[in-house]
Design a protein around this ligand. Structure first.
Ligand SMILES: Nc1nc2c(ncn2[C@@H]2O[C@H](COP(=O)(O)OP(=O)(O)OP(=O)(O)O)[C@@H](O)[C@H]2O)c(=O)[nH]1
Length: 342
């Protein structure tokens, strides 16, 4: 019986996971390997999915995180995806706020009733953001550290936004947290994708599949740098007892935009988002142009890309951050949605 290899893409919000996913999809396509994807989004819509090859089977898990609120659904989605499409490999893109330990647990739980093999945990590190957060600490920095600790492969991304001495500092920081995983420095996740090579991965012995799963995962999770109590399980109460509430502090706002809006007003709104909003994305139609745009906002940088959405997609904006004032943002959005706005 075949065993389906699974690769998990981890990394904080906006670090470059979808950018990497696209490279991995192309990598398999070039080798005629059939890949399938599970995409998890905190918001109610899968905007990243718009950018992935539509020929690739994809299961969307929205409005929650596979590491906690919709964790139970992961095995069901995996099972259905594998049974329906019989892929050679499955790539899971987690939400950037996900605690990787919990996802690893969820995947290994799924090995109890299906033949899958978690091969790779590739963590994309947002270089500049890690550096900035390392200076001020906090829960988000702790989550980033966990994502680095868990990785079997590390991709330090956004090197274009780092001075040479900052790049050295980031690499040292990452190495202190995880001395074992191969580390690559990238711009837009452009790298050799050897970690996803199915031939290079160790052969799975069918009878030993389940044991090997747990061995291979615990090997790297419980390395010298790891400070997690895996024997204790994975509930969030345990985390709270440690004074660490996973990502419970992260909140989202999904706003369906009423109609075309003025491009200058919209851009100004995005550029003036409060510090607490660290990620936003969406699809928007402007009154002053003829086309629709996908916008991406990560850590004070905004990007607009002209698109023709696949299928019936509404104009929508998703905001992700920590304790931001949703009502204030809603009011700002309502202002620019007003057709009499000047
Ligand atoms: N300057 C710069 N921008 C990058 C780089 N890699 C990705 N980006 C941009 O960063 C933004 C986020 O990239 P994504 O690949 O969507 O990141 P993600 O981790 O999937 O984001 P979430 O799904 O929200 O967690 C996009 O606007 C990308 O174009 C890079 O190396 N340098």
């Amino acid at each position: 019986m075949t065993v389906t290899p699974i690769h998990l893409l981890s990394g904080f919000l906006g670090s470059g996971k979808t950018t990497l996913l696209n490279h991995v999809v192309d990598y398999y396509k070039a080798q005629d390997i059939k890949a399938a994807i599970i995409m998890n989004e905190l918001g109610d819509v899968n905007l990243d999915g718009q950018f992935v090859d539509q020929a690739v089977p994809m299961a969307e898990m929205l409005s929650g995180c596979i590491c906690c609120t919709i964790r139970g659904d992961l095995s069901i989605e995996l099972k259905e995806l594998i049974e329906e499409h019989r892929p050679d490999v499955v790539i899971i893109e987690s939400t950037g706020a996900a605690n990787p330990m919990e996802i690893i647990d969820a995947i290994t739980e799924a090995t109890l009733f299906m033949r899958i093999d978690l091969r790779t945990i590739a963590t994309v590190v947002d270089g500049p953001e890690l550096l900035a957060r390392s200076k001020r600490g906090g829960r988000t920095f702790k989550l980033m550290q966990d994502q680095i600790r868990c990785a079997t492969d590390l991709i330090v991304n956004k090197a274009d936004k780092l001075a040479p001495e900052e790049l050295v500092e980031v690499q040292q920081l990452v190495r202190e947290l995880n001395a074992y995983a191969p580390l690559t420095v990238t711009v837009r996740c452009m790298t050799q994708l050897d970690m996803f090579d199915l031939k290079a991965a160790p052969k799975t012995k069918p009878d030993a599949n389940e044991k090997r799963q747990h061995d291979s995962v615990s090997e790297h999770v419980c390395g010298a740098n790891c400070n997690h109590d895996h024997g204790h399980g994975h509930d969030h109460d345990h985390d709270q007892a440690d004074g660490y509430v996973s990502h419970a502090h992260v909140m989202t706002l999904t706003h369906y935009i009423a109609g075309p809006v003025n491009s200058h007003a919209f851009e100004a709104l995005i550029k003036n988002l409060p510090q607490e909003v660290y990620r936003a994305k969406g699809i928007v139609t402007f009154t002053d142009t003829n086309s629709r745009f996908l916008f991406q906002y990560a850590y004070r940088e905004v990007e607009f890309i002209r698109i023709t959405p696949q299928g019936n997609v509404s104009d929508v904006a998703v905001f992700i951050g920590e304790h931001f004032a949703k009502d204030v943002l809603e009011k700002e959005l309502a202002k620019i949605e007003d057709p009499y706005w000047e």
